[in-house]
Design a protein. Structure first.
Lengths: 187, 466
């Protein structure tokens, strides 16, 4: 496999013991001007996305769109089947029995909105994604257990392999390393 | 004698993130934590589940005449059991969704468990509407709107078809909610697993979750929205279930109190089932630091509150009957009190109205045998409630000439027992193969608890310094 591409650098990843240290380190990195920050934590930390300067409001809008679509589809399904395709007089009720069509339209609203929430979240997060460069960081299996990781990604304009690495080493991290997107090639 | 106060914090003992992970995760990763009683319970549940399969085979071979229901009692065990199971499922959604929205952290240790219970209860419930058609494979056009060769569509003006949509939506949304909650825990299990096969399985199931801050950000948005959607959903599902009755003109059914009274009853029965399962499981697997006495105490209080709403519903039913001045409604009320099924009515009042009142006493809320007894009584009482509502109203209708008694057959009972077997079989597999407590939410809770504890200690020191 001598044609293998040279491994690209993902970024510098530092490991911390506690959320407090991670918050402090993230703040410091922001103050130093880094923008492409990422953290890996075993549970959601409130305020971390603000500290690292990440904003995203797309999921709620997807849910809203799903709800509208679901309600419309649910109602149109009933309208089409009961008024257009197979009109039938039931107990003298109007063909378009709006109050009676409400429950099904309501359930469809919720169903589509819920799928919007889950599929929207997974889609925006680009999951499923079994492989990611971050998994190459040493000790990274602890990121889902009890350690807190901060990454400065290589796409950051200020990123420099040597400088960023030494910047991260100034924090009280357990270990700091340069992470590439394919393991083992660098040796 | 002064009582010892309940635990101050929701997680007791000296805990770290790793110790929480180990206690919960090893139930999945280390087969040795499951002793003989796990296999025995699973075996018994499996055998009972087979009763279900046998009774279904017999039903499909013979037709629904093997059940005891016949005109005028066209609805009986199938609907009773359907409503009973769906109701049990509702506590799961209440715990996971409503308690999340109102920021009740104590739900963190019981939500996974309760959500699984919801799923399996809905599975059991779904058997009845499918099987009561007798030939489920040709009856799909009654339930689902799909273009079929006869050019027919379901009747959307019927509460029964609303039920199909409500329950299907409920089942799907519950699966989504449960799976989304599991993703980070599956990633933890993937990273903790040492054997290749579990590592690969959890690796695939966790979708490559890596705990990224950006992912958590959207995850939390989606999770909270799902909770917000599940809350009206769960209320609507049992409301629609109650419409099956309330929309009709059968005496005893046509009452507007049904929707709230059904929803409260569902939560009541569901919490009883959560406790019935949680008390033995926390004992066997040493989860007492996570499902603490305080959790049990609070669940008992919710049971007590919802039980009172249900009891109020019973009283209102009597009030309605007499206030309506409708001779048929009054006759039905008296049929309940003094008729041949009066044993069912009075047992219902005892199980759901009287026995749960012992939970007013704090000492009773700490005695596990008492709680277990109350929960069994409630489960039985809630089943009786549906019996009292459904066949009893149908045995005595408007036309005296069509009054007939209803007697269930052995197949009815076997099938009902069989679904209980199915439920426990699935529940026990879940305990073995998936984390029974949400690990990441417990770690989150521990983090917040540590912050709170530190703040308290600092405040104390300051007071001491002055």
């Amino acid at each position: 496999m001598h044609l293998a591409k040279a491994p690209k650098t993902y970024g510098v990843i530092a490991e911390f013991d506690s959320p407090e240290q991670l918050f402090a380190a993230g703040k410091k990195a922001r103050e130093a001007g880094y923008k492409e920050l990422e953290a890996y934590t075993p549970f959601p930390l409130h305020g971390l996305s603000d500290t690292l300067g990440f904003k995203d409001e797309k999921v709620p809008w997807i849910v809203f769109a799903g709800a509208l679509l679901g309600g419309t589809c649910g109602y149109l399904l009933q309208y089409y089947t009961s008024v257009i395709d197979y009109p039938m007089n039931v107990g003298g009720k109007p063909l378009n029995s709006l109050p009676m069509f409400f429950p099904v339209a309501y359930e469809c609203t919720i169903l589509f909105a819920a799928f919007g929430a889950v599929l929207g979240m997974l889609g925006l997060n680009q999951l499923p994604q079994p492989y990611h460069a971050a998994f190459n960081a040493p000790n990274f299996d602890r990121a889902s257990q009890d350690k807190f990781f901060l990454a400065i990604e290589a796409k950051d304009p200020l990123f420099d392999e040597v400088e960023t690495l030494s910047f991260m080493e100034t924090m009280d991290a357990n270990n700091v390393s340069l992470v590439k997107d394919s393991p083992g090639v660098e040796e | 004698m002064a009582r010892e106060p309940l635990n101050e914090y929701l997680i007791t003992g000296e805990q770290t993130y790793a110790s929480l992970d180990n206690t919960i995760g090893s139930m999945v990763l280390d087969g040795k934590r499951h002793k003989k009683n796990w296999y025995m319970t699973l075996g018994v549940a499996f055998m009972v589940m087979n009763l279900f399969l046998v009774s279904v085979a017999w039903l499909l071979y013979q037709g629904i005449g093997v059940w005891g229901n016949n005109v005028p009692t066209a609805w009986a065990f199938d609907i009773i059991n359907f409503v009973w199971w769906i109701g049990i499922g509702h506590a799961g959604t209440l715990i996971s969704a409503i308690l999340l929205l109102v920021r009740q952290n104590w739900r963190n240790s019981i939500n996974r468990f309760a959500e699984a219970m919801t799923l399996f209860a809905v599975m059991c419930a779904a058997q009845y509407p499918l099987l009561h058609t007798g030939r489920p494979w040709v009856a799909a056009y009654w339930l689902m709107p799909y273009p079929n060769i006869m050019g027919l569509w379901p009747q959307f003006r019927s509460p029964l078809i609303w039920d199909v949509f409500a329950v299907t939506t409920y089942a799907l949304v519950s699966i989504l909610f449960w799976f989304v909650g599991l993703i980070p825990d599956l990633a933890t299990l993937r990273d903790k697993a040492t054997n290749k096969v579990p590592k690969m399985i959890f690796g695939i199931l966790s979708l490559g979750w890596r705990g990224s801050m950006k992912h958590w950000h959207r995850y939390e948005q989606a999770y909270l929205l799902l909770a917000g959607l599940s809350t009206p959903l769960v209320l609507s599902v049992h409301t629609i279930v109650s419409y099956d009755f309330a929309m009709s003109i059968v005496p005893g059914w046509n009452v507007t109190v049904f929707p709230p009274y059904f929803v409260a009853g569902a939560v009541f029965a569901g919490f009883a089932m959560v406790l019935l399962l949680a008390i033995p499981v926390r004992h066997i697997y040493g989860l007492k630091d996570m499902i603490t006495d305080k959790h049990i105490d609070w669940m008992c209080k919710i049971m007590l509150a919802t039980g009172l709403i249900v009891f109020y519903g019973y009283i209102l039913e009597i009030f309605y009957a007499y206030y309506s001045a409708n001779s048929v409604e009054i006759a039905l009320a008296e049929w309940r009190f003094f008729g041949p099924y009066s044993w069912a009515y009075w047992s219902l009042i005892a199980c759901n109205g009287i026995i749960p009142q012992v939970l007013w006493a704090p000492r009773m809320r700490r005695s596990l045998p008492v709680i277990m007894f109350v929960c069994v009584a409630i489960s039985y009482g809630m089943w009786l409630e549906r019996f009292v509502i459904i066949p009893m109203s149908l045995t005595r209708n408007y036309l005296p000439a069509s009054d007939r008694m209803y007697y269930p057959t052995i197949v009815d009972f076997v099938m009902f027992m069989g679904t209980i077997g199915l439920f426990f079989f699935l529940m026990w597999l879940f305990i073995r193969f998936l984390p029974v407590i949400n690990m990441f939410e417990m770690k989150d809770l521990l983090f917040k608890q540590n912050l709170e504890r530190r703040a308290k200690e600092e405040a104390k020191e300051e007071v001491g310094a002055h």
